[in-house]
Design a protein around this ligand. Structure first.
Ligand code: G1P
Length: 295
């Protein structure tokens, strides 16, 4: 049976140490680093809510408490804003506050890999399909990536992975899929391999960090052995699930910024700043002048 139950819950694995961003991430989780004026995690949560997600599950780790605080009210701050008639700021804070009871937090106690992080959410997800959004990747597009995936899922059921094309020499950095026949507006995934050695990738379509999965993945992850990088890999678990269930690929055609890398994080700041009417005028000309001066 192809399962098409509504995707209501989303898992955000936010336990990573962020070593690439030290010293910034010594005291601030990498998910809280700012792109223009919002933390990275807010972009990913907005994408999930826009796709109809009703419950946000954060798999956190030690020193990530500030993420939980961010999704709560801040009584003192709000009181001060009220006293100062800062109504726009109050509205902004109210808009990003999740409804009571729609967030859950659990901890991944040891950095054993993405497959293990997702498995840590099993009791909170329960027996229903769910989304996974890797917060390193933030996207810019007319239609949100997860929203497009949900539309494909409504046609295909089963499991859906968002993919994008990469240069062949970049394939070893990602999970790569094999491309089969059309399924709805997507395609059937015929193979999956995590970080294939150079020259062995089945295609140049990489998994971009957005997943819709059926709950049977949890039973598989429970006994999943370590794979690439000596970590419990989600891709290896999905490969096993693909023997019983369909996996469809959704070709995402927007812009993706890997905020786990310095270059991607800086580009995200530039791209989101230039896409905003209130910021672009103050940035664009100076950016051009800077580029010219640095030639
Ligand atoms: C993870 C996944 C990989 C995916 C990538 C996207 O890898 O394991 O399949 O392509 O995210 O960013 P990581 O970036 O954690 O090494």
């Amino acid at each position: 049976m192809t399962d098409k139950r509504k995707v209501r819950k989303a898992v955000f694995p936010v336990a990573g140490l962020g070593t690439r961003f030290l010293p910034a991430t010594k005291a601030v989780p990498k998910e809280m680093l700012t792109v223009v004026d919002k933390p990275v995690i807010q972009y990913v949560v907005d994408e999930a809510l826009d796709a109809g997600i009703e419950h946000l599950i954060f798999v956190t780790g030690r020193n990530k408490g500030v993420i939980e605080d961010y999704f709560d009210i801040q009584t003192e701050l709000e009181q001060t804003l009220k006293e100062r008639n800062k109504n726009a700021e109050l509205t902004l804070l109210a808009e990003i506050l999740p409804k009571a009871g729609t967030t859950s937090f659990t901890r991944q106690q040891a950095p054993l890999g993405l497959g293990h992080a997702v498995w840590c959410a099993r009791d909170i997800v329960g027996d229903e399909p769910f989304a996974v959004l890797l917060p390193d990747m933030i996207m810019r597009s007319e239609k949100g990536c997860l929203k497009g995936m949900v539309e494909l899922y409504e046609q295909s059921g089963g499991n859906v992975l968002a993919v994008e094309e990469c240069a062949p020499e970049q394939a070893h950095k990602y999970g790569i899929v094999g491309v089969g026949d059309a399924v709805g507006d997507g395609f059937k995934i015929t193979a999956m391999v995590e970080k294939p050695p150079a020259g062995t990738a089945p295609s140049n379509f990489f998994i971009n960090g957005r997943y819709i999965l059926q709950p049977e993945i949890f039973g598989i992850l429970e006994t999943q052995e370590r794979g690439a990088g000596n970590e419990i890999q989600l891709t290896d678990g999905m490969l096993k699930l693909a023997k019983q269930q369909q996996f469809a690929g959704y070709h995402f055609r927007g812009e993706t910024y890997d905020c786990g890398m310095k270059e991607g994080f800086i580009l995200a700041n530039v791209a989101f700043a230039l896409s905003r009417g209130d910021i672009r005028p103050g940035v664009e000309d100076q950016l051009k002048a800077l580029m010219a001066a640095l030639k």
